[in-house]
Design a protein around this ligand. Structure first.
Ligand code: ZN
Length: 552
């Protein structure tokens, strides 16, 4: 054995390696060469590959396949520049804990504090992660935010990112402070003027630019991208998605450059959102982008958003609609465009991930995909429904029959489960939300996600949610839809990789795959379902390069 730093082969010794390879589920050594896994097994077996350098720094650690976050947004890294207005405590990329704000007064107070620190009298104030549903669903109005400032633009993005609340000054700057507006995303007050709540991308974009949210809110700049990658290391994530980027040329060039740096600690899969382009044009763009893919930046998948969010009452629900009688939500895409999207995507071999929250939106997508598949049968298309929170068993059966995947959102049970039970969809449908056990039983390939920044990035927490389905108040919401720890761990590795067509490359630790590991202080299987969320993460290994969370 040669102990030479230049030796092309490193063998890592670990306490336990959980491989996710059913043929060899556990091991204690993994050999890495050229960023890939040369072999997994006993040291004596791996010695057969020739000279190596033995790295024992993980001798007391657990290695798992690097975790895969199948639905996140890199803008989480950018949002930390704005004022955190969320209800729950949250860690920032530096590891600082921001206390949650449990009243609207506390939100106004924190925004006011930010206001006093601004030197520029014209500068806007932007916040994020607000959710009025925790304040007895009292809607936040422009008058509320006028208390922060009457002279500056003030805007706070809702936790779902589907609603923007603004003050009077912002409405004025956006040309919206007038009567006679007739838009489903712009509710009016008794005075006939907008209340300051703006729902959906059209309405939000009009005002967003004035409060400092860029027109391309869903993209991150270089600094945001690097911050996001630091969060990934802290959470044991080696591959994350940027699920709704508009991917203009400059952004793609920046992302290729930054992810190409050897110190960049994550792989990204960036999807092009259907917006500002016709369907034929976005198909052409997706194919062009696919050609630019690298090992650390994957491009070429399209994202379509069909409705809004359930807790924002902008999701499209089937009969009997919202439990509290709220009017049905919003369609973000006309059905005709959806049909064209799936038809042309299948014809061109382009993968599509589709956001649906309400079951009416899910039903429409299933109808459109079924029709498209009849015209263009396509084996292994892996069209994936994202969120798909309210799907019932019949809809999961259709997904299985149509060869679709699903990426469910069990974090909702913790963050909004009590509200779903009491306000939005009522007890019965709240219990079937994010029906992970049904999806697995019916053979629908499944991932689970955080939708960061909507909820915090952290696949072990997401796995805990899927295993326990516990709400913030402690209610178990849908006992029968809980899944095992083993299934949850497979879902946050191979499960998510499959939906991205990357399961041949990442998601398990076996010969030939990329050397992407999550490095843990404890074996998550020994922690058990109850404590899975608390799995201590030391860092990650990406393509054989080691990243320690405490040192990044
Ligand atoms: Zn999302």
């Amino acid at each position: 054995m040669a102990d030479d730093a230049l030796n092309p082969t490193t063998i890592f010794r670990a306490k336990t390696i959980i491989t996710m390879n059913p043929a060899r589920p556990e091991a204690d050594h993994v050999a890495v060469r050229d960023g890939r896994i040369l072999g997994v097994g006993k040291l004596a077996e791996l010695e057969g590959w020739g000279d190596y350098r033995l790295d024992e720094r993980f001798a007391n650690k657990i290695l798992m396949p690097g975790l895969v976050e199948g639905h996140s947004h890199v803008m989480e890294g950018t949002f930390w520049r704005y004022v955190y207005c969320g209800y729950f405590d949250r860690l920032d990329p530096d590891g600082k804990l921001w206390p949650g704000l449990t009243t609207i007064e506390a939100v106004i107070e924190r925004l006011r504090e930010a206001e006093t620190s601004l030197a520029d009298a014209e500068a806007p104030i932007a916040g994020w992660a607000l959710d009025a549903i925790y304040f007895d669903n009292r809607r936040v109005t422009r008058e509320d935010l006028d208390q922060v400032s009457a002279t500056r633009a003030v805007g706070v993005l809702n936790a779902s990112c589907h609603i923007l609340n603004v003050n009077t000054k912002t409405l004025e700057l956006a040309g919206l402070l007038r009567s006679g507006i007739n838009h489903p995303g712009i509710p009016l007050g008794r005075d006939g003027l907008p209340t300051g709540e703006l729902k959906g991308p059209d309405a939000m974009t009009l005002a967003g630019v004035h409060v400092g949210f860029d027109r391309n809110l869903l993209a991150a700049d270089e600094d945001g991208l690097r911050q996001f990658a630091r969060l990934c290391v802290r959470r044991g994530v080696t591959t994350a998605t940027d699920l709704a980027n508009l991917l203009p040329d400059e952004a793609v060039a920046m992302m290729l450059r930054v992810t190409g740096d050897d110190d960049f600690p994550a792989r990204l899969v960036a999807l092009r959102r259907l917006q500002n382009l016709s369907v034929p044009d976005i198909i052409a763009r997706a194919k062009e982008l696919a050609g630019k893919s690298t090992a650390r930046l994957r491009l070429g998948i399209i994202k379509v958003v069909v409705d809004g969010s359930i807790q924002g009452f902008s999701a499209r629900l089937r009969w009997p609609g919202y439990y509290n009688g709220a009017p049905n939500g919003l369609w973000y895409v006309p059905a005709e465009q959806l049909r064209e999207m799936y038809r042309l995507a299948l014809e061109n071999g382009v993968q599509v991930h589709t956001h649906t929250n309400g079951d009416e939106a899910t039903e429409l997508v299933l109808d459109c995909i079924e029709e498209a598949l009849r015209a263009h049968p396509a084996p292994d298309h892996r069209f994936t429904l994202q969120h798909c929170q309210l799907a019932d068993a019949a809809q999961f059966r259709r997904m299985a029959a149509l060869g679709m995947c699903v990426n469910l959102f069990p974090n909702h049970h913790f963050y909004w489960g009590d509200q779903h039970y009491e306000i939005t969809v009522g007890p019965e449908r709240a219990e079937r939300m994010n029906a992970c056990a049904t999806a697995l039983r019916l053979g629908v390939p499944m991932a689970i996600h955080s939708d960061a920044p909507v909820t915090p990035l952290g696949p072990f927490f997401t796995a805990w949610c899927a295993v326990n389905r516990r709400t913030a108040s402690g209610r178990v919401l849908g006992e029968r839809e809980r899944i095992s720890v083993e299934d949850a761990l497979r879902t946050i590795t191979l499960g998510a990789a499959y939906t991205l067509k990357l399961d041949g490359e990442i998601g398990s630790i076996e010969c030939g795959k990329r050397a992407d590991f999550s490095v843990l202080d404890q074996d998550p299987r020994e922690l058990g379902g109850e404590h899975l969320w608390a799995a201590r993460i030391w860092g990650t290994v990406l393509g054989g390069r080691v990243f320690e969370a405490a040192a990044i």
